[in-house]
Every structure is written in C-alpha cells, then in structure tokens.
Design a protein around this ligand. Structure first.
Ligand code: AHR
Length: 309
C-alpha cells in the first residue's frame, strides 16, 4: 500500500524496517513569502501522499532554530534530513553530527558554503546567479541599457540574495549607463519591501527608473509604495522581480509589474523521488537544477490560469 515504506535496502541511510514508515525531518526557513509557503505545501503534501512520517520545523528565519531542529532530528534518528537553509554559512558542526549519525542531508532551494562537500548529499534548487543575470538582460533590453536601478535584496547572508545580486551585477556590467543607485535588504517580505521603497522614494523620487527585487513579495510591497506616491509602477518605473508567484501574475495583469523570473518551489515530488533513489542505492547528482524562465506582463493574462502557485 502507499503507506508501506519501500523495501529497506542500500543507500547510506539507516534502513527502516518493513513496518516502520520512512521518517524525514524537514527544517524550513519560515513563511516569509508566498514562494516559501508554496514550497512547504509541496513538500508536506507529497510526504502525506507517500505515507512518509514528516517532522516539520519552521525556523522563523533564524539559523539557531534550524540548528536546534536538526539536532532534534538527529536525536530522533530520522532516516533523512531535508534542509532549506536560512543562510549560507555556519553549518559545519551540525552537519558533521548528521554525517556521524549516518543521516543523509538533502538541501532544498538554497545552497550552503562548507569546507567539506560530503556534509550534504545533494542540493535541489534553481541557479540563482542565472536568475539574476536573466533579470538584468531583460531590463537592459527593456531600457536600452540606461537605467537608474533601485535594488531590494533578500535576507542578508541567504544564497538567493547573494547570488541574485551577483548575477544581476554581472548582467549589467557591459552597460555603463545601467547603475544600481541604491541597494538594501528587505528580507524577502512584502512589508519590508514597501518600507524600503518608501525610503528610496523619500530621498530619490525623481531618479528612480527601475526596481529590481530579489523576490516577488518585496516587489509587490514596492509597487504599493510607488502607487501610493503616484509614481505609476509598470509604466513610469519598470519593476522586475524573481519567483513568478500568483500575486506577481496578478500584478502583471494589472500592468504594475513588468516581469518576473520563475523560481520553482514545487519540489515535493523531486525531493521524495531523490530520497527513494538514495534508498535504492542509486547515485544522485550533487546539484539537481530546476529550470526557470522569465514571464513578462504582455503574456501574463494568457499564462496566469495555468500557474500552480
Ligand atoms: O530561496 C528561495 C527564495 O526564498 C525565494 O525566492 C524567496 O521568495 C524566498 O523567501
């Protein structure tokens, strides 16, 4: 039946007995964005469908809470750990403990920096640098290589904030008249996106030509601030972000967001397929990459109905 754990064999995990459900500890960043909520739903839903005993821990954006959750998963002797890391660094100690306990760790959506790559089994994620580059190339085309850009960064120290900034900067490098005038973290949230944009408007109102936000939620907050200031987002100010969540499509249909680069959060099926492969003793790639594409407001109305998140 669906509820029975697959035959226990192979892999590096401690093999559960035939009656015991597969147990997986999932440490999630938090619920800062619509994207994050969609990812949580996908992983929890898939676990339920497959009869996996999923232990879920929401870290509320704090690495210390994630480390605590991992420590507890190790003590509970789970079969696998799935980690969506808040930040890139600071994982060595707890991941070494997981390794010593023979518990494979699967990173989802965000990478980490460790001196020893064997501390995690695989990373299932998008290429954030490529996303940033895609946003830059689109904006360059859209503005004929001339724009005063205001950047809303994701959470400080998080892989998507670091890499989306890096990719974007690489992408605009060949355009001397594309300048990031101001860049500030707005923590991937709509509320902070609005707050930071309000401050940008207050000091730089007449210079703002484009907004690049590391996720849709911050862009939606910025759009609200621009709207309230009577600055016509989507027309007078070009706005581009990353994620491609439903709210972004709605904003594009309304003409207020110009484009969004997709980042797929629906990783539940892939996560548990990967776990099954590992349990069967199969090798998996160190980086399992999701493919992303860019959506523009011109086609948003046709696409919105088929969006799953
Ligand atoms: O790691 C993925 C990023 O984290 C998403 O783009 C953002 O919305 C989220 O909070």
């Amino acid at each position: 039946s669906e509820n029975k754990a697959p035959a226990a064999e192979g892999g590096t995990a401690a093999a559960p007995s035939a009656e015991k459900k597969l147990s997986v500890g999932f440490s999630q960043v938090g619920a800062e964005s619509a994207w994050r909520t969609a990812e949580t739903k996908s992983i929890r839903g898939e676990a339920e469908k497959r009869g996996v005993d999923l232990k879920f821990a929401d870290a509320q954006g704090k690495q210390a809470q994630q480390i605590q959750a991992l420590t507890s998963f190790i003590a509970q002797k789970v079969d696998f750990i799935v980690l969506a890391p808040v930040v890139e660094t600071g994982w060595e100690v707890v991941l070494r403990q997981a390794k010593e306990a023979n518990i494979p760790v699967i990173l989802v959506d965000r990478g980490i920096k460790v001196s020893d790559d064997s501390l995690y089994t695989t990373l299932i994620a998008s290429d954030f640098v490529a996303e940033g580059r895609m946003a830059a190339e689109w904006l360059a085309k859209q503005t004929n290589g001339k724009a005063n850009i205001y950047e809303l960064q994701g959470s400080t120290g998080a892989a998507p904030a670091i890499d989306r900034k890096k990719g974007f900067e690489e992408g605009i490098q060949q355009y001397p008249e594309m300048k990031i005038v101001k860049s500030q973290s707005a923590d991937f949230t709509r509320a902070k996106g609005k707050e930071v944009m309000e401050a940008f408007i207050k000091s730089d109102r007449d210079q703002i030509q484009a907004v690049y936000a590391h996720n849709d939620d911050m862009a939606l907050g910025a759009i609200q601030a621009l709207d309230e200031a009577g600055m016509k987002p989507g027309e007078q100010v070009t706005v581009i972000s990353v994620d491609a969540v439903k709210g972004a499509f709605e904003a594009m249909v309304a003409g207020k967001l110009n484009a969004t680069v997709e980042c797929n959060p629906l990783m539940g099926p892939l996560v548990f397929d990967t776990i099954n492969k590992l349990r069967a003793g199969e090798k998996v790639e160190k980086f399992i990459q999701s493919k992303d594409q860019l959506f523009e407001k011109t086609s948003a109305a046709q696409v919105i109905g088929s969006r799953e998140y």
